[in-house]
Design a protein around this ligand. Structure first.
Ligand code: PLP
Length: 250
């Protein structure tokens, strides 16, 4: 199971090499693309992974639905994981039951029709914008975000590689930045920002060992941008940080 963009230290990892190494030792690879699909173009046919999954709600679609991609033959080798309407072929008493071909065998019961239509439209919308355009726009936004926080003299410690360090290894930084103030707990800053209508995530971001062992802190703040954000949002965020720290007398 491999997550090409972890929640935290945001530089896309070298996926093709990881898949090659895993296949070289006979392992199969499931790409958890929940966090990469909204930000970078992903081409399953050239990746040569075995499975790839993603969540609709992270792709501007409805909640409660996602996508599983795999080569059709591999899907055909997989047994159903849940019983219900529309997934059986023959139910027999004297021999094992048989199941409908994929994708039906994996979609037991009444499907989430509204969610599927909404998810399809969300994908169409993103494809019309163009994932390469989104990635390029967000890479520029990441540079602005990084520079504005680091130049703000707000005593923030930024985690992960800078956009310049990413560029040095031929990568682009995703516009999410995790950071901490020297003296203020991330929960406090997040609450003050929230009161100004600025939403940041605070906590361990599903990366407890990383925080504990490598960053030596329990929690951090994460500013996360997407293609609908712009430089004005970043300015508002920086000014929100300043106001919060003034209120906290830091
Ligand atoms: C990498 C990754 N995988 C899986 C999930 C879970 O997705 P869902 O809420 O659609 O089950 C998340 C959600 O935060 C995630 O970031």
């Amino acid at each position: 199971l491999y997550n090409p963009i972890p929640s935290y230290l945001i530089r896309p990892r070298p996926l093709t090499q990881v898949i090659e190494v895993a296949h070289g030792v006979g392992a199969r690879v499931l790409i958890d693309a929940c966090q990469s699909l909204p930000h970078i173009p992903v081409d399953v046919s050239s990746l040569k992974c075995d499975w790839l999954v993603g969540s609709s709600h992270k792709l501007c679609g409805p909640t409660g639905i996602g996508v599983l991609w795999a080569p059709y033959d591999l899907l055909g080798e997989m047994p159903p994981w849940k019983s219900g309407g529309s997934m059986v072929d023959q139910v027999c008493l004297d021999r094992p039951s048989t199941y409908n071909p994929p994708p039906l065998r994996f979609e037991a019961g009444t499907p989430p029709i509204v969610e599927a239509v909404g998810f399809g439209e969300a994908c169409r919308y993103l494809m019309e914008l163009g994932m390469e355009n989104i990635a390029a726009y967000e890479a520029d936004l990441a540079i602005v975000l990084w520079n504005k926080i680091s130049e703000s003299t707000l005593k923030m410690k930024l985690y992960g590689p800078s956009p310049t360090q990413c560029a040095e290894v031929g990568s682009r930084r995703i516009p999410l930045i995790s950071f901490n103030h020297e003296h203020v707990h991330s929960y406090d800053l997040a609450s003050y920002l929230d009161q100004q209508g600025i939403l940041l995530r605070s906590g361990h971001h599903c990366a407890q060992p990383l925080h504990r062992e490598a960053l030596h802190t329990e929690a951090s703040l994460r500013a996360s941008l997407h293609f609908h954000n712009n430089e004005k949002d970043i300015d508002r965020f920086i000014s929100g940080l300043k106001t919060s720290l003034e209120l906290l007398e830091c």
